[in-house]
Design a protein around this ligand. Structure first.
Ligand SMILES: [Zn+2]
Length: 181
């Protein structure tokens, strides 16, 4: 199978899932995120702050371990909130929000549609630090965020969704992507 063929098949599968969720073509086109292929090569990364088992690509894991160790040396504690998420998981997450009465237009401002989350690649990490509410914008006020802004690039991590990003996604100071994962 060629890469192009695989991409076409994957896109068709994603389109079908989105249709089942009730996502209109217009809404899908409005979202500016690129398609993200689900990772196959994953390794365990231990528990997150909620005790859930997390996984990521091997290269992301080694960079994450080096980065969190360097942060600890500087007196900064970095903790994992979320790493790899499957397309199925992302579908369930959206379904749960729909069940709670949220509308798709609002959901897509904060959650990527299935197939479009960087977490599918196993290279995106949501981070927090003790005393900070997970996945809250106030993470930008922490010493951990200040440390990441200066040092994350040395470990090949970059913030994917800065303020006023072109993807139409809310500012996510906690979401870091491993460029060499
Ligand atoms: Zn994230």
């Amino acid at each position: 199978m060629t890469q192009l063929y695989q991409t076409v098949v994957y896109q068709a599968l994603i389109d079908q899932l989105l249709q089942q969720l009730g996502v209109t073509t217009a809404l899908q086109q409005h979202c500016q995120l690129p398609l993200q292929v689900e990772a196959v090569d994953l390794v365990g990364a231990g528990p997150d702050i909620f005790g859930r088992h997390q996984s990521m690509t091997p290269d992301t894991l080694s960079r994450w371990q080096a980065m969190s160790a360097a942060a600890a040396d500087a007196g900064v504690i970095l903790q994992l909130v979320s790493a790899f998420r499957s397309v199925d998981y992302q579908c369930q997450l959206i379904r749960n929000k729909l069940d709670r009465g949220q509308c798709l237009q609002d959901i897509v401002k904060v959650s990527a549609l299935p197939g479009y989350s960087e977490h599918h690649t196993g290279r995106a990490l949501d981070l927090t630090t003790p005393g900070s509410e997970p996945l809250a914008e106030t993470f930008e006020l922490t010493a951990a965020f200040a440390w990441l802004q200066v040092n994350a690039r040395d470990f090949d991590f970059a913030m994917s969704y800065p303020r006023d990003n072109t993807f139409g996604i809310s500012y996510e100071p906690w979401h870091w992507f491993c460029r060499q994962g």
